[in-house]
Design a protein around this ligand. Sequence first.
Ligand code: FAD
Ligand code: NAP
Length: 313
Amino acid sequence: MSETRHSKVLIIGSGPAGYTAGVYASRAMLEPLLVQGIEPGGQLTTTTEVENWPGNTEIQGPDLMVNMQAHASAMGCEIVGDVITSLKLDSRPFTAKGDSGATYTADAVILATGARAKWLGLPSEEKFKGFGVSACATCDGFFYRGQEIVVIGGGNTAVEEALFLTKFASKVTLIHRRDTLRAEKILQHRLLNHPKIVPLWNHALDEVIGTDSPLGVEGVRAKHIETGKITEIAAKGVFVAIGHAPANELVKDTLETHMGGYVVTKPDSTATSIPGVFAAGDLTDHVFRQAVTSAGMGCMAALEAERWLAEQD
Ligand code: FAD
Ligand code: NAP
């Protein structure tokens, strides 16, 4: 496909921020076009129960995102399965190229590319990625039925992943570099009272150990933060859950960023350093990083794009 598509508003990303922007921009009669990217539905498609989306005491993450897509679509948002590979913001209309070969031009752009899992950067982590090392328990947990598993991290993701993995694993060791968790209190309580979960405090992952043929994990070496003492733990799976970094590849050289790459927006606004380009959700939020705040910013971005386009007319 090498066609050129023009829209008044191009939304890049299909997480809560992108789909909410799609709903609002559609209702403003802007006929938005939304490009979904490699992960349609975004990060919530990699989790199970979501318990803090208002209106649903509990909903599965993938179901919530299917609902959001259907809502945006029903309002008139055109949803395209493509990945933007480059974005030109120095002249108008703005131009994006898709992996499909398509070109997208737009009068205004809403960036909602979210965030991606961080890795520790250890050579052994890299070696066993996909062969026992993972960053997605909902995707890969099923492979470790009856096995011992290690989870690294102390935030909401690590604690939720550890709890989820108890459905399959015989034992889950949570390795955290401090002796207090960053996760919400309700999650901490569930973790600390779970009979299958053993926390290992004040330790960092030193090395993933395993076999070469076939490639597979047999355990980890964890190092005490203060003493340097090494503890070996047997495990068939290692889940790295140490946070997320903004997916800023398209704009890191063109837009102002801060705090490790988050796109800077004007105070109380989603406007970026380029007029007509708005950013919403985890791409710009280094503080809250929640589905509901991302959706809120998606709403703001669409309303601000509408106002900005009206001013141009
Ligand atoms: P994301 O959800 O990150 O979506 C980004 C979108 O951008 C994706 O669709 C991707 O395909 C697209 N994209 C990226 N690059 C491109 C490109 N080049 N071209 C086109 N598209 C692109 N929050 C809660 O409030 N409650 C929870 O219970 C909860 N649980 C979580 C569990 C896990 C395991 C994780 C990882 C996060 C959880 N969060 C939760 C956080 C929540 O998922 C995020 O805050 C939210 O998804 C951010 O929304 P977003 O729209 O900014 O981006
Ligand atoms: P996070 O809150 O940033 O936590 C990352 C954890 O990993 C921290 O405990 C951190 O340790 C640890 N860590 C970071 N770098 C490390 C390294 N190099 N080595 C070892 N440990 C390291 O990230 P997250 O848990 O992925 O959550 C991201 C956002 O999504 C948060 O805003 C969170 O609230 C949200 N989220 C919400 C839910 C929910 O509402 N149920 C679920 C999942 C995620 P320190 O504590 O020492 O810094």
